[in-house]
Design a protein around this ligand. Sequence first.
Ligand code: OGA
Ligand code: NI
Length: 278
Amino acid sequence: MLEFTGVKNHGVPEEMIKDMLSIASEFFNLPESERLKMYSDDPSKTTRLSTSFNVRTEKLSNWRDFLRLHCYPLEDYVQEWPNNPPSFREQVGEYCTSVRGLVLILLGAISESLGLEKNYIVEALGKQGQHMALNYYPPCPEPELTYGLPGHTDCNLITILLQDDVPGLQVLRNGKWVAVNPIPNTFIVNIGDMMQVIGNGKYRSVLHRAVVNCNSERISIPTFYCPSPDAVIGPAKDLISHDQPAMYRNFTYAEYFEKFWNRGLATSCCLDLFKPNL
Ligand code: OGA
Ligand code: NI
């Protein structure tokens, strides 16, 4: 059962990856007054800088700042993005488009691996969305007292994670947290909750977290690929049988996302709330 993997030779140019990491670092090193122009605690904003996870509801904070960007279709959002650093929009835009190409190849391959038509997953998503987070984890004087992000699964379909050369990502494997150390020019591919549903459990959404370091800051840049809010998500019909009954009921992605966001990050997967007959 595949949960997460790394991809090399993925077609996203190495220069573009380096530029993406350095532009994220430049952004978070801008003077605070400049960065704060983007600040909002309103999760419905399609471009915003914030901190922790959900500052409106959580009682404990995480050691993270993040810039969240909607990025597909690009032309609908790019004008909301920061224009400082000056090349931000152009470089981040090119990166998003390139990562989208990779996602589409992966989704075709995953569909076929499940015995479905190549286009099955893309077509199940409706008008798909692509969001990105630029995560910035500052050095932390007492890293054992907090997390960058506590254990969670990603609520979307699939996440392509770029990390700089500082360790911090961990995944839960056989009950133990295992470090996924950075390999240059390699993306981490995380299966999200919606893939677990569509594949009727054949692909598993992986529990992961980010820890912080005492001396070094860390940057990670996940690209989240999501269904349209009104897309009805459920196990693919061809994957349901007498021996393998549907593990989840059908629901809209909007319904799922609302539950996920409001309950905060939790080590039990939100999917448990969407079992049949619940
Ligand atoms: C996330 C995430 C991990 C990391 O943003 O959902 O899991 O390494 N990030 O920053
Ligand atoms: Ni995550």
